[in-house]
Design a protein around this ligand. Sequence first.
Ligand code: FAD
Length: 460
Amino acid sequence: MDYDVAVIGGGPGGYAAAIKAAKLGAKVLLVEKEKIGGVCLHHGCIPTKTLLDSAEKWRQLHSLSEFGLTADNLAFDFTKVKERMNQVISQLERGILQMVKSSAVEIKYGTAVLEAPQVFKIQSSSADMEQYTAQNIILATGSEPIGLPVPGSNLAGVLNSDQVLSLTEVPRSMVIVGAGAVGLEFATAFKSFGCNVTVVEMMPQILPGADSDIVKRLGFLMRKQGFKILTNTKVIRLAQGDDALEIEVDNGKNAQVLTAEKVLVAIGRKPLTEGLGLERAGVKYSAKGIEVDAKLTTNVKGIYAIGDVTGKSMLAHAASTAGIAAAENALGGQAAVDFSAVPACVFTTPEVAMVGLTEQAAAASGRSIKISKANFAANGKAVSMGQIDGLVKIIADSGNDQILGMHILGPHASDLIMEGALAVTNGLRAKDIGRTIHPHPTISETIMGCIHGFESPKVY
Ligand code: FAD
């Protein structure tokens, strides 16, 4: 065999798997058809958060007077915002490459295709197709954006999440189709830079699947910030008008035509299974992704799959956790990943973060549950920061006090959620958080306040 472990795809799942396998002493190959870092580094997590950070700073500049500060001649230069975004990506890419190379992982650039369970070929632009063998193969090819299945979706100006990152100017107006995390984050960024944003969602709520209390409050706050949000509304067709794109939408009662300079389609992503030779190797997959068990094994011995290509929890940290587990298992380990405790964050203003069960899912599970909520408006640090919008909501089992879910809308929700992730992953009880001393004055005290609310809980 040429390698002990070959990893196909160099995103956060793939490079984490390759590094782990090499650290365990294996001879490892990492194959990447574009750039190491994958969607997360080049088209996802990092570019969007860099853009959002510039947008948030710009937004905050407009409330300087509340803090007793004044500044004149405020301006932003979108070209420089984009330059910074690209610099951040390059800096992180160099860091990842350094980490991969110093772990003695061999990298080959090209498109890998399976030929048989332990055989694959690599097509690179500079060489003929070459064939290799590996004792174990870890598939980490990620996902791609889903297109909008309506007439006019291929018009110029109708963009997916990769293409929107290439815009060199802030459009005057944008219709965003899909109110999931990706849609709402781009909405937040472009709105802060002055774009007139309308979000169209076919489900009854924004952030489908998130806790309804959090979503209701977020929708209220976003509308207050000037977003137009249409739920229960489908896009029927797109057309090019005289000066703008025309977007025909229907909510089941009325049809209307919206106009916008750009349309962003953010209706989800599909696992990238096509052209990978899965049939030849006998690997089972469906439209939902490559089928794996908790140990990330496919139906074929020695072939593992991780990250977005499995359709399980399509988030970078879920991919890297799965990558590390798959590498261990390929080399004789028995690691299993529990995808029920993956924290998820949405970088809106304010941020949303969640882990574990929503109230709706906990109630549907048949358990007897108790719920507590606490507002940031009562938190000293939040008041001093001028960021009082939002709440913490905790769901616990009313029988054994175990924390089942934590949902946060508010400042730094994406950092605060780690307390919930620790609790849900380790089966902690509400009283375990209650007797943990939270520093003052910090926004984490709202979590403590929420736990104290269980002393007079509403039991369902
Ligand atoms: P990917 O990152 O997709 O990497 C797969 C790699 O495989 C790619 O580099 C691809 O070129 C390569 N490849 C594919 N086929 C082959 C082949 N045949 N041969 C060789 N190489 C191949 N997640 C978060 O956790 N937090 C966020 O804030 C966040 N924000 C996001 C924002 C946007 C706009 C988007 C689109 C996604 C975001 N995500 C976020 C999701 C995150 O990017 C993905 O979950 C993550 O990148 C999945 O990692 P992966 O390793 O499975 O695949």
